[in-house]
Design a protein around this ligand. Structure first.
Ligand SMILES: Cc1ncc(COP(=O)(O)O)c(C=O)c1O
Length: 405
């Protein structure tokens, strides 16, 4: 099959063979004993929501932002982060990020106007940023600081756990724990008692429990899947021998904006996460989770070290980091991505589609990462065999892309 950037269609790809997000697996809960690593779950004030975007919606509302206010948003973002702003009538003002994904305060300062009410900073892929300087700036400018911890539920700096520096922390808890759906709005500084949420309906609870049970049964499979993964190193497909440039993010975003997958469901907008999601969240948050994720990340690092056709975004991993994924910059990304998708390898591509207002003039790094940064799961529910399989497929796809040049 020949793929060109222009006709790559995400709907062509089949479901990944191994789960991109943590799933309930038999025995996992029993093994997961021990204290939780520091992070957002330990902040004093907490409200449990359906997912991260709902938490962001409530952070912005609780902060008192009103229609027409501006919010500083990183140019490297996902469209789900913009939906809450959109429905609240807030204007995103995009600021650039550095290659190590950190924020320069000068870039924020130069965009601060009287209408800016808040700044959102993302701890990408689990890499916790030191926000002392941004905190000072936010205090001086009297704007709210929202830490987007959707990729960093755990960890912190020497000064504070992740989420504690901002006025608000939002998290996408389902990216870290096998809970089905879940998000969190938390704060070490702002009392959230005034934020009253509706209870989930009985049918929501039953559906959540049923879905988790179904997922647990489906994912009983490491043993069953093993032989399949063992044998499954198909011949690399022929990909794009004469491909054109990668699809421009602005054009892609136009195509994707308005798609319902990013929308907030009115049913869940003012509703708490289900009881099953809340209970499993605290049960599964343990040191073992952190260790497994770090070990899987290290396995990816070992596999790609020394290659010239790709480089990890972060090597080595700082000691207190609990990674969400393994982010890998791939020089000739599109054929590798398509080959891996055809082999049903789970890949997450944060920021693949950016808002059309973000151009190379706003932030060249974001445009570059939209086109070249792939992320591979390193969650605790993956078996060693599954991680090895992903690595084998990755190396094979990189080699074949290099050979095609
Ligand atoms: C940085 C970031 N913020 C917010 C969100 C929204 O989280 P959710 O998908 O849980 O609604 C995501 C989702 O991927 C994200 O990556």
């Amino acid at each position: 099959m020949i793929h060109r950037a222009a006709d790559y269609n995400a709907n062509e790809f089949q479901q990944p063979l191994v789960p991109a997000l943590p799933v309930p697996r038999p025995g996992a809960a029993a093994r997961d004993q021990g204290p939780a690593p520091p992070g957002v779950l330990g902040l004093t004030h907490r409200r449990y929501l359906h997912s991260g975007r709902y938490a962001l919606y409530h952070a912005l509302r609780h902060a008192g932002l009103t229609r027409g206010d501006g919010v500083l948003v990183p140019a490297y973002h996902c469209l789900a982060m913009l939906e809450p702003l959109h429905i609240l009538g807030l204007e995103p003002v995009f600021y650039p990020i550095a290659t190590n994904t950190s924020v320069r305060t000068a870039d924020l300062e130069s965009r601060l106007t009287a209408r800016i009410g808040a700044v959102i900073v993302v701890h990408y892929f689990g890499l916790v940023q030191n926000l002392s300087a941004v905190r000072h700036l936010a205090d001086r400018a009297k704007v709210w600081l929202i830490e987007d911890c959707s990729h960093a539920l755990f960890g912190g700096t020497a000064e504070a756990p992740v989420g504690a520096v901002g006025d608000y922390a939002i998290a996408s808890t389902m990216k870290f724990l096998p809970i089905g759906f879940g998000g969190l709005l938390a704060s070490a500084r702002r009392d959230l008692t005034g934020l009253v949420l509706q209870k989930p309906l009985l049918r929501d609870e039953l559906k959540a429990a049923y879905n988790l049970l179904e997922s647990a049964l489906e994912n009983r499979r490491p043993a069953l899947l093993g032989p399949l993964l063992q044998g499954r190193v198909d011949q690399p497909r022929q990909v794009t021998p004469d491909r054109g440039p990668l699809r421009p993010p602005a054009a892609a975003a136009r195509e994707y904006q308005g798609r319902t997958e990013y929308a907030l469901d009115p049913h869940w907008l003012h509703r708490q996460a289900t009881r099953v999601s809340r209970t499993l969240l605290h049960r599964g948050a343990t040191q073992r989770l952190a260790e497994r994720r770090r070990a899987n990340y290290a396995a990816y690092l070992r596999a790609v070290r020394g290659r010239h056709d790709c480089h990890p975004l972060c090597d080595p991993l700082p000691t207190s980091t609990v990674p969400q994924v393994f982010p890998l910059y791939v020089n000739d990304c599109l054929p590798v991505f398509i080959e891996l998708k055809c082999q049903r390898v789970p890949i997450i591509r944060f920021g693949e589609f950016l808002d059309a207002r973000v151009t190379a003039a706003t932030c060249p790094v974001s445009i570059d990462y939209a086109d070249h940064l792939l992320q591979f799961p390193c969650h605790q529910a993956l078996t060693t065999q599954e991680v090895d399989w992903i690595i084998r497929m990755l190396i094979s796809a990189l080699d074949s892309a290099a050979g095609a040049q």
